[in-house]
Write a protein that binds this ligand. Structure first.
Ligand SMILES: [Zn+2]
Length: 163
């Protein structure tokens, strides 16, 4: 694995059917079927955090863990950076066509921004280019991006995208 570094990430979660979930202090929330994009930061180690999200057995600690209990993680984009980019990523993604925030305050207990979870209303492939554009437009520039999906045992199997 090498040494872990700080960064922010987009975690893509597919939900096959609608579910109602209790999300910590946010209470019961309805989640329509679709692909969700969760924006997070892990300044104490990005790979370890994303690997944790991809592991099948985990205690609910973050809001996103409740969604992961029902949905399938289908991919992740990692941006290595010292800056905490999660709020900005969520804000910029929310302006994309076919993407909207879902559940006000999701994942945003500490920052109080409108929320870190987005629902993609069309196949995520349709907005892949736009998402890449958001990442490319980050002010400090993404230092490195990786994408891919976890193995069944939760280990990372990311394919590097050289920039
Ligand atoms: Zn935020």
């Amino acid at each position: 694995m090498g040494q872990d570094r700080p960064g922010s990430y987009l975690l893509f979660i597919a939900l096959d059917g609608p579910v109602r979930l209790r999300v910590g202090a946010l209470g019961e929330q309805d989640f329509p079927a679709g692909t969700y994009i969760y924006c997070g930061s892990a300044l104490n180690g990005l790979r370890a955090r994303v690997a944790r999200h991809l592991r099948p057995e985990r205690k609910a600690h973050w809001h996103v863990d409740h969604l992961l209990a029902q949905g399938q993680p289908v991919g992740a984009l990692l941006v290595y950076s010292e800056a905490r980019l999660e709020c900005r990523l969520a804000e910029e993604l929310s302006h994309l066509e076919g993407v909207r925030r879902h559940v006000p305050g999701f994942g945003a207990s500490d920052c109080h921004c409108p929320g870190h979870l987005l629902l993609c209303e069309e196949p995520v492939q349709a907005v892949g280019g736009a998402i890449q554009g958001v990442l490319n437009g980050l002010q400090d520039g993404p230092l490195e991006q990786r994408q891919g999906q976890g193995d069944e045992d939760g280990t990372l199997a990311f394919r590097e995208t050289a920039r």
